[in-house]
Design a protein around this ligand. Structure first.
Ligand SMILES: Cc1cc2nc3c(=O)[nH]c(=O)nc-3n(C[C@H](O)[C@H](O)[C@H](O)COP(=O)(O)O)c2cc1C
Length: 189
C-alpha cells in the first residue's frame, strides 16, 4: 500500500514530452484504467475521443488556451474527456457526472504514471472549438483535455513554461482541510 502512496505522491503534471509515441497497447491500458473508475450507480457517464489523425491533432492544438499552446502540442497522445450529464442526472443539487469523470481521469493519470508516461489534464481550452471540430453532440460536455507522452527535456521548454514545470509541487497541510467532529475543528494530526 505504501507503494501506491508513493506513486500518488510522485505523479506530476509535467509539460515536457519526447517525440516517442504511445503504443496502442499502452493507450488501451490507459483506457482500461479509466473504464474501471467508480461512478454513482455505476452509470459511467463518460466518453473519450482520441485525436489520432494529423488533422484531428491540429484541431486539438487549435482549441488549447494560450497558456497551454506553448507546450501541450508536443505530446503525442491527445484526448478529449467528455461527460454525459443525462446519463447521471443532477440529484440533490449534485453534478455527480463531473465527479465520475474526474475519478476516471485520475485512474488514467495514475496508470499512466506507473507506465512511465506523464499525463497532463487541462481545463484551458475552447469547448466550442472542440465541439465543432470533433462533432461532439449536445448531450456530451467537454470536461477536460488530456495529453500524454514520454518525458522530454525540461531545459528545452520555453522559459515561461520551464519555470512552471520546475516549480516545487505543494499541497495543503492536513490541518488545513481535515477536521474532526465539526467543520474547522483541528484533528490530532
Ligand atoms: C481539471 C484540471 C485542469 C487542469 N488544467 C490545466 C491547464 O489548463 N493547464 C495546465 O498547465 N495545467 C492544468 N492542470 C494541472 C494542474 O495545474 C496540476 O495538476 C496542479 O498544479 C498540481 O500539480 P501536479 O499535478 O504536478 O501535482 C489541470 C489539472 C486538473 C486536475
Amino acid at each position: 500500500m505504501s507503494q501506491l502512496l508513493d506513486l500518488i505522491q510522485s505523479r506530476r503534471s509535467d509539460r515536457h514530452f519526447s517525440q516517442q509515441s504511445v503504443s496502442n497497447q499502452d493507450i488501451k491500458d490507459l483506457l482500461e484504467a479509466f473504464r474501471w473508475a467508480p461512478s454513482c450507480n455505476n452509470r459511467q457517464p463518460w466518453r473519450v475521443v482520441l485525436a489520432r489523425s494529423a488533422s484531428a491533432q491540429e484541431a486539438f492544438d487549435a482549441a488549447l488556451s494560450e497558456g497551454n499552446r506553448p507546450w501541450a502540442p508536443a505530446a503525442s497522445l491527445k484526448m478529449i474527456i467528455l461527460g454525459v450529464p443525462e446519463e447521471q442526472p443532477e440529484k440533490n443539487g449534485q453534478q455527480s457526472y463531473l465527479l465520475d469523470v474526474g475519478f476516471a481521469m485520475q485512474n488514467m493519470m495514475l496508470q499512466g504514471y506507473a507506465m512511465g508516461l506523464t499525463i497532463h489534464a487541462m481545463a484551458g481550452f475552447d469547448a466550442n472549438k472542440i465541439r465543432d471540430a470533433f462533432d461532439i453532440p449536445a448531450s456530451a460536455q467537454p470536461v477536460a483535455l488530456m495529453v500524454a507522452g514520454y518525458r522530454g527535456v525540461v531545459e528545452q521548454l520555453p522559459e515561461a513554461v520551464r519555470v512552471k514545470d520546475l516549480k516545487p509541487r505543494t499541497r495543503k497541510n492536513l490541518e488545513e482541510f481535515s477536521f474532526a467532529n465539526r467543520y474547522g475543528e483541528k484533528d490530532g494530526f
